[in-house]
Design a protein around this ligand. Structure first.
Ligand code: MRU
Length: 370
């Protein structure tokens, strides 16, 4: 199996939370170091970091940063300050449930420590540890999803993805791109079709860049070429990530995913979703309940800061929902769910998790995956 390098979008360091600025890719590789949780919240809202699992990791690190620099001197003061930190980070992006999952997990850890009457210094250390642990688990989850999902892909052929569900979006090897990476590492001869993913161009700017760094062959297309590629038999499988999966398997992902799934079904092409179990929202029965983020009109009216449309009304929903009936399988870290998803996802969630990965001290460099 050959080695592949993956880029790291985020790292906890002594100096603060280091993030690779994804707004500047692929032309510039710029890192920022944040020492204040409010800066981390702004970085999530402004897309310095994006992708469901990665914003979960960022939110957890934001909490750890907030508690590390707290001015609270008593547990009561810390509780009040913690609520503000939690609310600020929760208000950044509404669709990806990983953000809320990570914040809830940090809060549960805090509550356990408070029950134990842990002193402030221990609370600070333990919350930093928990954020690092979440990051380490995300990496292990990606590798598990990658290994399981690779078997679904053809030994040779063309695979289409959407947006960026790669290392930049997770902090590991990626979910959808993790599957592709693992399949290629196993020796499958794959070519990846990358739709540019207007309006924010995560496909063109980020996925194309990641695959190029890996030496995985790709072809960049515009979004309106997707139907043509599927109709003319140039796609053998579609694999995308997920921002939130409802209990029935309906899946929110980057805008354009739904049309891709409809077209894949029309042309008999399997449509796979890669989703860590933390992406599952058991509180909602179906996709109708998933909040869809509406973003700024300028993302549609402008390209790289240049106006390309007159000043007219604009719609800019950042995500859409693919009904479960269009999804061939959902790949989680504990196994592959098949329809009906109400049953299969619950069964997977009830299985014992693999042994927890240790939380290493991480540096913002590329990692090796075998
Ligand atoms: O708006 P973004 O760039 O955060 O949207 C990202 C996506 O839609 C990804 O496909 C999804 O988060 C899965 S990432 C593993």
């Amino acid at each position: 199996m050959r080695h592949v390098q993956v880029v790291q979008p985020i790292a906890w360091t002594e100096a603060g939370v280091v993030m690779l600025d994804q707004r500047r890719l692929p032309t510039e590789v710029v890192h920022h170091t944040y020492t204040d949780y409010r800066e981390v919240a702004r970085a999530i809202a402004d897309m310095v970091i994006r992708g469901a699992p990665a914003i979960g990791v960022a939110a957890a690190m934001g909490v750890a940063l907030g508690v590390r620099h707290t001015r609270a001197r008593t547990v009561e003061e810390l509780r009040t300050e913690y609520d503000v930190i939690h609310r600020t980070l929760a208000a950044t992006r509404p669709t990806a449930v990983d953000l809320f999952w990570a914040l809830d997990r940090m809060k549960r850890r805090l509550e356990t420590l408070l029950v134990e009457s842990a002193p402030l210094e221990r609370i600070q250390q333990e919350l930093i540890r928990e954020a690092q642990q979440i990051h380490a688990e995300k990496r292990a989850i990606d590798e598990a999803i990658g290994r399981l999902g690779a078997a679904l892909l053809p030994h040779e052929g063309q695979v289409m993805t959407q947006c960026n569900a790669g290392a930049l979006a997770t902090g590991g090897i990626g979910t959808a791109l993790g599957i592709i990476r693992m399949a290629v590492a196993e020796g499958r001869r794959l070519h990846v079709l990358v739709p540019e993913t207007r309006p924010y161009l995560q496909g063109a700017r980020l996925t194309a860049w990641e695959l190029q760094q890996d030496g995985i062959p790709l072809t960049l297309i515009t979004d309106n070429m997707v139907g043509h590629m599927l109709r003319t038999g140039q796609v053998h499988a579609v694999v995308t990530g997920a921002d939130r999966v409802a209990a029935n398997g309906d899946t929110a992902n980057k805008i354009g995913t739904y049309s891709m799934a409809v077209l894949a079904r029309e042309h008999g092409v399997p449509f796979y979703v890669a989703a860590p179990l933390s992406t599952l929202d058991w509180t909602i029965p179906s996709g109708e309940h998933i909040p869809i983020e509406q973003r700024r009109p300028e993302e549609v009216t402008h390209l790289a800061g240049v106006r390309i449309a007159p000043d007219v009304p604009v719609a800019n929903p950042a995500f859409d929902v693919t009904p479960a009936r269009l999804i061939t399988a959902i790949v989680t870290e504990r196994g592959i769910a098949r329809p009906p998803y109400e049953d299969s996802l619950r069964q997977l969630a009830a299985t014992a998790p693999a042994a927890a990965a240790p939380a290493p001290a991480c540096a913002p460099q590329a990692r090796q995956v075998q």
